[in-house]
Design a protein around this ligand. Structure first.
Ligand code: CS2
Length: 481
């Protein structure tokens, strides 16, 4: 079987878009942490489009990828076997699908083997942006207080400069120190994760780490780096074996690093700070003065809506999001949640219709060609729910309302955790905090729901909201009937 690599590029089916430019040899201006599917369908896509507009002028804007987790090894090896090429398959019903071979990644480094090179790359003058898709959980913050969790063993490990780093904070601190010693110039540190004010969160977490690591570096970072906030959006499921086989059947080549995603693409970056970015507007990126209302809209309607559809879908036995969102009751609840809870929690945003946005998101959830799963949406909920759902719940309570659909989402999440734990099926739950849940539910067998709602690092003081918690309990009982 034909495999994707430089040698096979010229032999691919004519329907496949092959790179229109030679991969530049200039050092990459971007070092990116977290080369998962989302980065490859989103930021990588935007920069490849930018380079295509003028390959000579924008030759520096390629990406040096960094994977730091030990489990990334297999992926790194596969990318290398394919000369760092991968296909991006964009599809939705009613449109002609588009498959593009991406060659924007020019180097791929693996933390456990290449840590010195990663630190060096952060410090190079040619590096202008260090960006991140490390998931909501990767910022190592307490869900309720937003404070940096400094006693995490990996953070403690990274505080000793003699240790090869394990976390992005360890890499950044060492790389920024070297950059400072070199006088390598201004740097943009750009979070591309789904977190309200993701730039400010990155700045705060890095600052907390530097306070403990080398506080003199903090002043350097203050003066020499920008942390733009941004809103990122493109639904990108985890690629499955069936997707790779389908590509092979449809187009006659094998791509072990294939990414499948929807056509919709949105990236809104704060304008005032990130001044040294190239004109990404030509690649479909928007720049606005204040990105926070866009983030709130997207986190509440899309990501919170996803949690609703995924958790209710799982409770009702749906494996795929497109199936769940088309189920009559889930479909109605998605609409009601937006109409009565999310949208009233948002301040009006000029030129944007939240209703229209919510309608479009629903249509996107219904895309059967990208086969997004309930399991993907539910995984990592301990980090997601405090960012996607609780801000809406808290805001509605502060507005004197009882957000009953928010309560239903929490009841479904509790049911999910409790059922899997009770069945001894914990390995099926993908959540970095699963050991904590296991212990908590184990110690409170008689009333896991109260213990769940009392988990302060997730829910803060929500347990004090009697009326709301009664509603969660009411739904929890109904689910179990
Ligand atoms: C999803 C997101 O992980 C989730 O729960 O809501 O990954 C979502 O698909 C992306 O943010 C879309 O931009």
């Amino acid at each position: 079987m034909k495999r994707l690599n430089k040698g096979s590029l010229d032999t691919l089916d004519a329907a496949i878009n092959v790179p229109v430019y030679e991969r530049p040899t200039t050092e990459s201006a971007i070092v990116h942490f977290g080369i998962g599917g989302f980065h490859r369908s989103h930021q990588a896509y935007a920069f490849q489009r930018l380079i295509e507009t003028d390959p000579g002028l924008y030759a520096a804007w390629t990406i040096c990828g960094v994977c730091i987790l030990p489990q990334d090894k297999q992926f790194v090896d596969k990318m290398k076997q394919q000369d760092l090429l991968y296909s991006l398959r964009v599809s939705a019903s009613g449109m002609k699908e588009e498959i593009t071979v991406m060659n924007i990644i020019t180097r791929l480094l693996f933390g456990p083997e290449d840590h010195e090179e990663i630190i060096e790359r952060i410090s190079l003058e040619t590096t202008r942006v260090v960006s991140f898709t490390i998931t909501e959980g990767g910022y190592n913050i307490d869900g309720a207080t937003g404070c940096f969790l400094s006693d995490h063993p990996d953070i403690q490990h990274d505080l000793d400069p003699a240790n090869p780093p394990k976390t992005v904070f360890g890499y950044l601190a060492r790389g920024l120190k070297k950059r400072k010693d070199r006088g390598a110039g201004r740097l943009i540190l750009m979070s591309c994760d789904n977190i309200q004010e993701n730039g400010a969160v990155l700045k705060m977490t890095l600052g907390s780490f530097l306070d403990m690591f080398d506080s003199s570096l903090k002043a350097y970072v203050e003066a020499n780096t920008d942390f733009p906030n941004s809103m990122v959006d493109r639904i990108t499921p985890v690629t499955g074996a069936a997707d790779r086989t389908k590509l092979e059947e449809d187009y006659g080549y094998r791509d072990e690093c294939l990414v499948v995603c929807e056509p919709f693409f949105q990236w809104v970056i704060e304008k005032d700070q990130a001044t040294a970015l190239p004109p990404l507007e030509t690649a479909g990126v928007s720049r606005v003065e204040d990105v926070r209302p866009y983030e709130k809209m997207k986190l509440g309607i899309l990501n919170g809506g996803h949690s609703l559809v995924g958790l209710l879908g799982k409770a009702m036995g749906y494996a795929y999001i497109y199936e769940a969102v088309n189920e009559g009751r889930i479909s109605a609840l998605y609409e009601l949640y937006n109409r009565y809870e999310v949208i009233p929690s948002l301040a009006p945003l000029e030129g944007v219709s939240y209703d229209a946005y919510a309608g479009k998101v629903k249509e996107r959830f219904g895309n059967a060609l990208i086969r997004d799963t309930s399991d993907r949406i539910i995984s990592g909920s301990t980090a997601k729910i405090p960012k996607f759902v609780l801000p809406v719940v808290n805001q509605r309570i502060a507005q004197g309302e009882n957000p009953v659909i928010g309560a239903l989402i929490l009841a479904c999440w509790w049911d999910y955790l409790d059922r899997f734990i009770a069945a001894g099926n914990m390995e099926k739950i993908e959540d970095p905090s699963k050991e904590e849940w296991l212990q908590l539910f184990g110690e409170n067998k008689a009333d896991t729901l109260t213990a769940f709602l009392n988990k302060k690092d997730v829910f803060g003081d929500l347990a004090k909201q009697g009326r709301f918690c009664e509603t969660v309990k009411y739904y929890a009982d109904l689910i179990r009937k």
